[in-house]
Design a protein around this ligand. Structure first.
Ligand code: NIG
Ligand code: FE
Length: 453
């Protein structure tokens, strides 16, 4: 069925061609006024004037049909053929290129301990940190994790993200890592969004391997990676390359093995301490180097000279109470491909709100709004291996789009934490109104929010 979104303040189409954008400016945003978007069979049919769109859907007089869709029934129907956006902004659906969305319980004690001044080590010693999420994750069944993750990612989609990279990494044993990846596959079947699965078996050394870390690296390389690849459960392999977690040589071993079984690679690199993770990512031709809170000047240059996307996660450093951010300006000015993501996880970034991250990127990391928008669309798509088709609105491309409660693209990184997304579609299917709670497995309707500018 053909549908048209009309009466928009503007349509932000993104760059005319796919692929990474270096040195982004407002000119790369492809902002068009006086047009709306027509979709058909999950694809963008045309971007044209409202009159042309009405003709295209075979309904010259759109009337007030669109107004009635403001409160769709639950589950949402595809809606009427003409949707009146009432002066709202239309953009491509956002791309969240880094999440750890498959987890069990939130780590509320870690946050309270941090507020008391306890550091990472003290929190881990007190039974918190990644390994506490691992113990919790292992105790839960696959169906429960599917329910939790579906609810969380439905909320994330309703906030504006239509492509979401999701990592395993709280299993750290073959059986539980496979469980995490199967959860991602099942959630991808349940939701209209595109999920990009990443194997992160090397997220931490599990407690039972503390005194024999070499054996854990061998387990990842020799047992986990071959099965993950054979079963087609992941597109990427990631590793937490950080002093005190996995060293450079261990990271190289794991990522070389990942490439050998046909996976693309990513690194959590130089998150808290600089150890050459960014340089390694560039040298290995990794799709992305993520975090980069402590990247060296040499690491910045190495990334700028490479195709590796620098994925910045300003929400994480903010939530952890750090005063320093990754050097976004240095990376942008050196010509690196910069993306932004939420890092959605129970320890260091319990949010899937990508517009909030854009606001933090502008206010804390001194990115310009246009740079932040490109970072959360086309450049995020490149980091997620979807650079050819996602993060842009183009006739013939996927009908992944968000309609926002504001009029100007700069407002997406301005109204921080406000309910900005009005309606969100992935492959032409509605993402708003799908979700239940985020910390329990409820279900219910998401009320649609009014315009705020
Ligand atoms: O990206 N740095 C490693 N992993 C996560 C934190 C995961 C956790 O604390 O559970 C991150 O910040
Ligand atoms: Fe992460």
């Amino acid at each position: 069925m053909r549908r048209a979104f009309v009466n928009a303040s503007a349509v932000v189409c993104g760059p005319a061609t796919g692929g990474p954008v270096r040195h982004p400016t407002i000119d790369h945003l492809g902002i068009r006024t006086g047009v709306g978007v027509g979709i058909e069979d999950g694809k963008v049919g045309l971007i044209a004037s409202d009159d042309d769109l009405r003709e295209w859907v075979g309904q010259r007089d759109g009337g007030t049909a669109g107004r009635e869709s403001v409160r769709p029934p639950v589950p949402p129907s595809p809606g009427p053929p003409i949707l009146d956006c009432d002066g709202r902004l239309i953009t491509p659906g956002l791309v969240d290129a880094h999440t750890h969305a498959v987890f069990g319980r939130p780590r509320l004690e870690d946050q309270a301990r941090r507020a008391r001044g306890e550091d990472y080590k003290a929190i881990a010693a007190a039974g918190g940190g990644i390994l506490s999420s691992v113990a919790d994750f292992r105790s839960r069944g696959e169906d429960e994790l599917v329910r939790l993750t579906t609810n969380r990612l439905a909320q994330v989609a309703a906030l504006g993200s239509t492509t979401i990279e999701v990592k395993s990494g709280y299993g750290l044993a073959l059986e539980h890592e496979l469980k995490a990846l199967r959860v991602i596959r099942r959630v991808a079947e349940a939701l209209p969004v595109t999920l990009v699965p990443t194997f992160l078996g090397a997220h931490e050394v599990p407690a039972e391997f503390r005194t024999r870390r070499d054996a854990y690296v061998r387990l990842v390389v020799e047992e986990m990676l071959p099965v993950v690849a054979r079963e087609g459960l992941a597109r990427f392999c990631d590793i937490f390359c950080e002093p005190g977690v996995f060293a450079l040589d261990e990271s190289e071993t794991v990522l070389a093995a990942a490439k050998a079984v046909g996976l693309r690679t990513k690194l959590h690199a130089d998150e808290l301490d600089s150890a050459g993770g960014a340089e390694l990512a560039a040298r290995l031709g990794a799709a992305s180097a993520d975090h980069l809170g402590a990247v060296s000047a040499r690491g910045v240059d190495a990334l700028a000279a490479s195709e590796t996307v620098a994925v910045l996660l300003p929400g994480t450093l903010t939530f952890l109470g750090k005063s320093k951010q990754a050097p976004a300006r240095a990376l942008l000015e050196a010509g690196a491909v910069v993306a932004l993501a939420t890092d959605f996880n129970p320890g260091s970034s319990p949010t899937g709100n990508l517009p909030l991250i854009l606001a933090l990127a502008v206010s804390q990391a001194r990115m310009q709004p246009a740079e932040a928008f490109i970072a959360a669309t086309v450049n995020g798509a490149c980091a997620a291996g979807e650079g050819a088709s996602r993060g842009r609105l183009v006739a013939g491309g996927p009908a992944d789009l968000a309609i926002w409660n504001c009029r100007d693209v700069r407002e997406l990184s301005y109204w921080y934490g406000m309910p900005l997304a009005w309606q969100v579609y992935a492959a032409g299917r509605p993402c708003h109104g799908l979700s239940g709670g985020i910390s329990s497995a409820g279900s219910g309707a998401e009320p649609l929010s009014p315009r705020i500018s």
